[in-house]
Design a protein around this ligand. Structure first.
Ligand code: HEM
Length: 404
C-alpha cells in the first residue's frame, strides 16, 4: 500500500488563519483513520474524527511512549534515551504515569489555583492593563500582555526569577520551532536544561523553599525519593516551557479571534457569567496543538475500521477532531453559547493537560478585563497581515498590533 504523505508543517490557508488546514475537512469525511508517511519518514496513522481520536487517547493498548512525527523532512525520529532532557510522565503509561503525575497534582486543582495564584494574577493583569492605558495607542499585544502574563505566572508557580524570561522564552521558541534544524532545536533544549540545572543548584545552596521546583528538589533529595536527578531537571524544564508558551499562544490567538468576532465579544462583555463556556469554546475552536499528538499501539487493534498493527504510531489531529460535525453542531462557527461537554483542546484522557486550570484562570482573567477596559480595541493591521506561527508546535500569533 502506498502511504499518503501529510504535509508538515501543515499548510493552513493564510486567508483563514483561525481554521485548521483545509485538507483535514475532506480527510475527516472520507478517510478518518488514514495510513500516512510523515515528512520525517515516520509512518503511522492520522485520525481526524473526534470519537476515533478519543478512543486513541483512552485505550490503554495505545502507549504514550512514541516516536516524534512532527520534525522536519528527512530527520531521524528522536531517541528518547539520548534526548536533551527526560520528558518524564508525558511519555509514561499507567500505573507509572499516575505515580509521577501525582507528585504535582495538588498544585494544579481549581481550588489551589484560586487560592494561591488568583490574587497574584488579578494584580499582574491590572498592572499590565494600566501600563497599556499609559502607553502608546497602538501596541503589540504579545509584548504587552500575552507573553508577560504566562511568564510571570509560571515564574511564580515554579519559583523561577522573572528577569530570566527572555532567555527561557527564546530557548523554548527555538526548541519548538519545527522549521529549525535539529541542531538549533537541541540548542534551545540544552539551554533550558543548563538553566534549570543551575537554578536547582542555587536553590539547594541557598535553601530557597519557594515554588514547585523547591518542592520537587525536596522530593528528589528525600530518603524515599522516586525522582532521579535527570527526572528532576526534566520536570523543571517541562513545566517551564509547557507552562508559558502554550498559554501565551492561546491568549494571543484568543484575542485575535475575539477582535474578529464582534458579536461573541459583545456577549462576553454583556454577560460575564459566560466567560467559562467562552474559554472552552475558544479552546475547541482554536486547538493550538498544531501537529497533533501520537500514541504507539502495544498490540494489534482496530480503530474506525482501520487495522492498526503492534508498534504502529497513531497521531490524532485534535484540531480536526474538534471541528467534527458529528460531535459539534456547526463546528466552524465560534459560538460561546454552544452546549459542549468535551473537547480536545487540552488533550484527552489520563494525559490531559496538568496545567489546564492555570491556563483557564489566565484566559478568564485577561480576556473580559481587556475588552471591558478598552472597548474600542481593534486590529492595527488587516487580518491577513498578522504574522502567524505556522511552524511552532503551538499555533499562535508572533505579533499582534492593536489600537486601543
Ligand atoms: C492553553 C494552554 C495550554 C494548552 C493548550 C495545553 C495543552 C496540553 C495538551 C494537549 C497536553 C496533552 C499532552 C499529551 O497527551 O501527550 C498537555 C499536557 C500537559 N500540560 Fe498543558 N497546555 C496548556 C497549559 C499548560 C500549563 C499552564 C501548564 C503548567 C503550568 C501545562 C503543563 C502540562 C503538563 C505537565 C502536561 C503533561 C500531562 C501528562 O502527561 O499527564 N500546560 N497540555
Amino acid at each position: 500500500m502506498t502511504d499518503a504523505v501529510v504535509s508538515q508543517p501543515v499548510t493552513r490557508d493564510p486567508s483563514r488563519p483561525l481554521d485548521p488546514p483545509a485538507e483535514f475537512t475532506q480527510l475527516r469525511e472520507d478517510q478518518p483513520v488514514l495510513r500516512v508517511r510523515f515528512p520525517n519518514g515516520t509512518t503511522g496513522w492520522l485520525v481526524t474524527r473526534f470519537d476515533e481520536g478519543s478512543q486513541v487517547f483512552n485505550d490503554p493498548r495505545l502507549s504514550a511512549r512514541r516516536d516524534r512525527h512532527d520534525t522536519p523532512e528527512g530527520e531521524e525520529p528522536e531517541d528518547h534515551e539520548n534526548a536533551p532532557f527526560d520528558v518524564g510522565f508525558v511519555f509514561m503509561d499507567e500505573p507509572e504515569h499516575g505515580t509521577y503525575r501525582r507528585l504535582l497534582t495538588a498544585r494544579f486543582t481549581p481550588k489551589a489555583v484560586q487560592n494561591k495564584l488568583q490574587p497574584y494574577l488579578d494584580k499582574i493583569v491590572d498592572e499590565h492593563l494600566d501600563a497599556i492605558a499609559a502607553g502608546p495607542e497602538t501596541f503589540d499585544f504579545v509584548e504587552a500582555m500575552s507573553l508577560p502574563i504566562p511568564c510571570l505566572m509560571i515564574c511564580e508557580l515554579l519559583g523561577v526569577p522573572y528577569e530570566d524570561r527572555d532567555g527561557f522564552h527564546h530557548a523554548t521558541v527555538d526548541m519548538m520551532d519545527m522549521a529549525k534544524s535539529k541542531e538549533e532545536r537541541d540548542k534551545g533544549a540544552h539551554w533550558l536544561v543548563d538553566y534549570i540545572t543551575h537554578l536547582v543548584a542555587d536553590k539547594r545552596r541557598t535553601g530557597d523553599t519557594t515554588g514547585i521546583l523547591a518542592e520537587l528538589i525536596n522530593k528528589a533529595d528525600g530518603e524515599d525519593s522516586i525522582l532521579t536527578e535527570r527526572q528532576l531537571i526534566g520536570l523543571g524544564v517541562l513545566l517551564l516551557f509547557a507552562g508559558h508558551d502554550t498559554t501565551a499562544a492561546m491568549m494571543g490567538l484568543s484575542t485575535l479571534t475575539l477582535l474578529t468576532h464582534p458579536e461573541e465579544r459583545q456577549k462576553l462583555l454583556d454577560q460575564p457569567a459566560k466567560v467559562g463556556p467562552a474559554i472552552e469554546e475558544l479552546m475547541r475552536y482554536l486547538t493550538i496543538v498544531q501537529f497533533g499528538l501520537g500514541r504507539t499501539a502495544l498490540e494489534d487493534l482496530e480503530i474506525g475500521g482501520a487495522r492498526i498493527k503492534k508498534g504502529d504510531l497513531v497521531v490524532v489531529a485534535m484540531n480536526a477532531a474538534n471541528r467534527d460535525p458529528r460531535v459539534f453542531e456547526n463546528p466552524d462557527a465560534l459560538d460561546i453559547d454552544r452546549k459542549m461537554v468535551r473537547h480536545m483542546g487540552f488533550g484527552y484522557g489520563v494525559h490531559a493537560c496538568l496545567g489546564q486550570n492555570v491556563a483557564r484562570a489566565e484566559l478568564r482573567t485577561v480576556l473580559p478585563r481587556l475588552f471591558a477596559r478598552f472597548p474600542n480595541l481593534r486590529l492595527a493591521t488587516p487580518l491577513e497581515e498578522v504574522p502567524m506561527d505556522f511552524t511552532g508546535t503551538n499555533y499562535g500569533v508572533r505579533k499582534l498590533m492593536v489600537t486601543r
